[in-house]
Design a protein. Structure first.
Length: 444
């Protein structure tokens, strides 16, 4: 089986490589990911290297994990040590012996008061030198793609916005993949007649599920709220804890139903219609307008959180993944090799994760690629509306939204719009390439 899967994946990759646009899109996506990872060293107001008063500093690297890092230098005139707090020091105003600036010497949220109020690319820009005189900006300190209303550099915003866009696209699809594959696998493999329990356990399990939801998500609402406002990892961890608590409480109530083993009506075993339940839940989530749902959930949180937006987009994208996984499991579970595995006494978990799931992921990969593009568009739309993301977080959508203050600032629309277009097109090309490569009827 493993050898067959290896041959299948090798064949898919060979077919995928024949689609040049899709292959180039993979390379371009890798470049965007790399740019997002090193954005702090490409666009930063702090120099990469600086020699000041005989000491060597690496501000952009030293503040990577400690933004408020403080050091001191000896003033040769007063012979006293003077503090140097990296995050608030204007390194351009210091008499540096040597310096290496980042390619874009501006941070995404840095305000340049001397070039505020929508300075267009190629126009006259000002710079305050070390003597306090206003002069024309030297080439290294020019805003080559212009600025916004408060003087934030557009090029720096594009660089840092790439990391935000990729986080939204990739992490939301990771959440969608986990939820969708688990629910689709359960529905597709077990169906409506694959799980049998005592009627008493089932009847007690229903209120147990409601108690689990109540305790896991309502009682712990404040915990979840603060977790998502902190960061994505903490939020996902607390949400996972809530899900585990919900499942444990449900199982505890169901286990209590074993006391009815000897009672006539409640001791009979019945089938749990897992497929119907999950299918109806998928239909319910599909009927929810994503934008309205995100706006509603975001309104419950005082502080805006990008992590919350990622989780909501991932949850709303999960039904499509679940539907595809369910359909593949229903098709594959009736094949001869799966029936042979069952006849040999192989456990259900091994059949699911070793024999069926690797062969059922082909359409899921395609859906995830297209879903990532949709997630980026959704986040950009929300940022444009000022919903979900914190005000100090620079995203491509928030940059476009800034043009509402000045419709003549064409660069605030063109450059972020091109970035969104290119990134979405890259994911769509990858999705199309996967669709063709995984289609047995396709021949390049």
């Amino acid at each position: 089986m493993n050898k067959d899967l290896h041959k299948l994946y090798a064949f898919v990759w060979m077919q995928f490589r024949k689609s040049k646009p899709a292959l180039y899109a993979v390379y371009f996506l890798a470049a965007i990911i790399f740019l997002g990872l090193v954005s702090n060293f490409v666009a930063n107001r702090q120099p990469l290297y600086a020699k000041y008063r005989g000491r060597n500093f690496f501000p952009a690297f030293q503040t990577l994990f400690h933004k408020t890092l403080t050091d001191s230098t000896l003033n040769p005139d007063t012979h006293k040590y003077e503090p140097l707090q990296f995050d608030i020091t204007d390194w351009r105003q210091l008499s540096l012996d040597k310096v290496i600036w980042a390619p874009i010497p501006y941070s995404a949220s840095q305000h340049d008061k001397y070039n505020a109020d929508f300075v267009a690319p190629g126009t006259l820009q000002h710079y305050k030198n070390q003597d306090g005189a206003m002069v024309t900006s030297p080439y290294i300190f020019r805003h080559h793609l212009g600025t916004d209303r408060i003087g934030e550099d557009v090029a720096s915003g594009l660089i840092h916005g790439a990391g935000i866009a990729l986080c939204v696209g990739l992490f939301s699809m990771a959440i969608a993949a986990v939820l969708g594959i688990l629910s689709g696998t359960t529905a597709g493999f077990f169906g409506d007649y694959g799980i049998r329990v005592l009627r008493g356990s089932f009847l007690l399990g229903i209120p147990g599920l409601f108690f689990g939801i109540f305790y896991g998500f309502i009682v712990r609402a404040d915990v979840l709220k603060h977790a998502f406002e902190q960061d994505l990892i903490t939020g996902i961890f607390q949400a996972t804890c809530s899900i585990i608590m919900m499942i444990m409480i449900t199982l505890l109530f169901g286990y209590a139903g074993l006391m009815f083993k000897k009672s006539g009506y409640l001791s009979k075993k019945i089938f749990i219609p897992v497929d119907i339940i999950i299918s109806k839940l998928i239909e319910i989530f599909d009927a929810i307008p994503p934008l309205i749902f995100i706006i509603t959930i975001s309104a419950l949180f005082i502080d805006k959180s990008l992590s919350l937006v990622i989780v909501i987009i991932g949850v709303l994208s999960a039904p499509q993944i679940a539907r595809l996984t369910r359909a593949e499991f229903i098709r594959i579970r009736h094949l001869d090799y799966v029936q042979s595995a069952k006849a040999l006494g192989i456990t259900d978990l091994r059949i699911i994760f070793v024999h069926i799931l690797p062969n059922a992921l082909a359409p899921v990969f395609v859906a995830l690629a297209f879903g990532a593009a949709s997630a980026i568009i959704a986040e950009s739309s929300l940022s444009f509306l000022g919903i979900g993301v914190p005000a100090d977080t620079v995203t491509w959508g928030s940059m476009i939204s800034a043009t509402r203050d000045n419709f003549d600032a064409w660069w605030m629309v063109v450059f972020p719009g091109i970035a969104i277009f290119i990134t979405v097109t890259v994911f769509n090309l990858i999705g199309e390439g996967l669709r063709k490569a995984l289609n047995p009827r396709s021949r390049y």
